[in-house]
Design a protein around this ligand. Structure first.
Ligand SMILES: [Zn+2]
Length: 338
């Protein structure tokens, strides 16, 4: 396969991150150790269920099987082993170097202004020279689109234009893409980053990527721009942050308190509600398999209630594979006792 950036060389690179590793890493680590693959995280593209979660490499097959109520498919096992948000054989070594250059420049010129500064009371930051800044966020958009085979949808015209702008930056052309970047102030140490979200939605207008403490909203150049609240990320002044042909690039800064509310609202609406109906089905399936009869509605409700109401555990951890597996095993054990 040919590299999808240059369209010339063989795509020889494996394990290419399509969301920049240095940005998402602290979110994907449960103990904030900055080593990869320790954390628990969601694939947030909508309509995905428990069975489509990404999970840690170390998740044992038997735990997975018990959690799913069936043997995992080959595809699920393969997915479980993969480094999250990365792909093989999409890009060549030369193009990987182009990405790295943009990513490194972003890190050295901009990242510390967000992560290492006290942003208390600050509602926006602006930057004069936005070429690298725009390129950096557009490569996240473009790579996510091409590496998910356009499950993350952008138009072919935009995709082709961005591809060229990655190879040959042109500030005037880069500015034609309406791009809104929100920074979620994350305070309280490295553990707090693991409560953020990494992933993308498959909506358009705008396309949204959650990238730990950065949120990218991308519009096609000719799309109708309107206020979408997006869990409290956008408000009445949203147009200030669209950055269409502006000289200065303006980034919205969200306080730590609001970040916590936004993440909770997101998880409740996008993960918990759809998941509960899926868990209901999985439970009934498992019950029938064990006892050859349907569970009563009361039994199913009891199961779901116990799943949701669980002391102090953060919402996201209540529905992790481990917790659901343990809870389900416990539920059946107790169910059998008189
Ligand atoms: Zn290439």
């Amino acid at each position: 396969m040919k590299c999808v950036l240059c369209n010339i060389n063989q795509a020889d690179k494996t394990n290419t991150h399509y969301l920049t590793d240095s940005i998402i890493r602290s979110c994907l680590n449960q103990d904030g150790s900055n080593e990869r693959e320790k954390g628990y995280y969601f694939d947030i593209s909508s309509n995905k269920t428990f069975t489509d979660f990404n999970f840690q490499r170390k998740t044992t097959l038997s735990a997975l099987e018990a959690g799913l109520g069936r043997v995992p498919s080959e595809e699920e096992i393969e997915k479980a082993k993969k480094v999250p948000f990365s792909v093989d054989h999409f890009f060549c070594t030369e193009c990987e170097f182009i990405f790295s250059e943009i990513e490194n420049k972003f890190s050295s010129d901009f990242l510390s202004q967000f992560r290492e500064k006290d942003l208390t009371g600050i509602s926006s930051l602006s930057f004069d020279n936005s070429t690298v800044f725009r390129q950096f966020f557009l490569i996240q958009i473009w790579r996510t689109a091409v590496c998910t085979n356009f499950e993350f949808k952008i138009s072919n015209a935009s995709s082709e234009m961005i591809r060229q702008l990655i190879l040959t930056p042109d500030e005037a052309k880069l500015k034609r893409f309406p791009l809104s970047i929100t920074y979620l102030t994350t305070r309280g140490g490295l553990m707090e980053y693991t409560k953020n979200i990494v992933g993308y939605t498959n909506e358009t207008t705008p396309n949204v990527i959650f990238m730990n403490d950065f949120i990218i909203q991308f519009y096609e150049p000719d799309s109708k721009i309107s206020l979408k609240e997006l869990f409290g990320i956008n408000s009445a002044d949203y147009k200030t942050f669209i950055n269409l042909c502006e000289n200065k690039f303006i980034v919205k800064i969200i306080s730590n308190d609001l970040r916590i509310k936004i993440v909770a609202a997101f998880i409740q609406e996008r993960k918990v509600m759809p998941l509960l109906s899926r868990f209901r089905e999985l439970f009934e399936e498992l019950f029938r398999k064990k006892y050859n009869i349907d569970p009563s509605p009361q039994t199913t409700n009891m199961y779901i209630q116990g799943l949701v109401n669980c002391g102090d555990l953060p919402l996201i951890e209540r529905l992790s594979i481990k917790r659901v597996t343990d809870y389900t095993n416990e539920f059946f054990k107790n169910y059998l006792q008189p």
